[in-house]
Design a protein around this ligand. Structure first.
Ligand code: GAR
Length: 185
């Protein structure tokens, strides 16, 4: 059984879809939800699914304490689902080709430092893009530059706001992220 940890900083709607998808799987198990925010709603979602969770500080992330916990829990794959801190190189190296991130835009556009969550949708709106989408990629030591494994696009209209863009992107994420993870394992 492949053991998956999900790292999330916020609401965790993607984490929930992933927990739902793998709930009765014989192939993989969501073994841990880990968050850098002690009040993140993703922790409530973990409870609902009976998935163990933990929180950690930036210091614990950077000093290798989170990595130790992941190794203790015998985690095979790490999924970043709305995780907003930079992952230390040591942690990335511990999960070669086994760490996946979802980005709420069509990389290489709208990626890089500072491009997360609503910042991305605001930039897409400001540029007058006619489409946006999602990118699922392996994580390497450069922000948003790992190998792209999946992208899906959605059209935008001039009336779209950053909020409606976010909703369109979330819909794509929820539809595709769990099955793309499943296909990677
Ligand atoms: C998602 O849209 C995800 O793509 C984005 O944060 C949101 C989290 O939503 N991630 C990033 O911006 C990372 N660069 P959720 O907490 O409801 O899953």
């Amino acid at each position: 059984m492949t053991r998956i940890a999900i790292l999330a900083s916020g609401s965790g709607s993607n984490a929930e879809k992933i927990m739902e998808f793998f709930k009765n799987s014989t192939k993989a198990k969501i073994a841990l939800i880990a968050s850098n925010k002690s009040d993140a709603f993703v922790l409530e979602r973990a409870k609902k699914f009976g998935v163990p969770s933990l929180t950690f500080s930036k210091k614990e992330l950077d000093s290798g304490i989170l990595l130790e916990k992941l190794l203790t829990e015998k985690i095979d794959w790490v999924i970043l689902a709305g995780f907003l801190l930079k992952i230390p190189a040591e942690l990335i190296r511990a999960f070669p080709e086994r760490m996946v991130n979802i980005h709420p835009a069509l990389l290489p556009s709208y990626g890089g430092k500072g491009m997360y969550g609503h910042h991305v949708h605001e930039a897409v709106k400001a540029a007058g893009e006619t489409q946006t989408g999602i990118t699922i990629h392996l994580v390497n030591e450069h922000y948003d530059e790992g190998k792209i494994v999946f992208q899906a696009a959605t059209p935008l209209v001039p009336e779209d706001t950053p909020e409606t863009i976010a909703a369109k992107v979330h819909e794509l994420e929820h539809r595709y992220f769990p099955e793309v993870i499943d296909s990677l394992l």
